[in-house]
Design a protein around this ligand. Sequence first.
Ligand code: SF4
Length: 73
Amino acid sequence: MIADNYGLKVNRGFVCHTRSNHLVKEVKLSDKDFERAIAMVNAVLDIIQKGFYPEATKYKARCVDCTYRNICV
Ligand code: SF4
């Protein structure tokens, strides 16, 4: 959005860890990161527009603290 709205090259972002006293960390971003982000957004839009759930992850360690584990298919 920053690149589109302001016509500027974006090469970093910031993550705010709200559970760690709002610690802010800088994240470097490459063109490949933006390509992946756009692909992910398109995948999410596909799920929303077509109304199907994605498959569960094969890596069950990720499920331990997942907010959705009680409703996950
Ligand atoms: S419980 Fe969470 S992390 Fe595990 S498959 Fe479901 S959505 Fe993914």
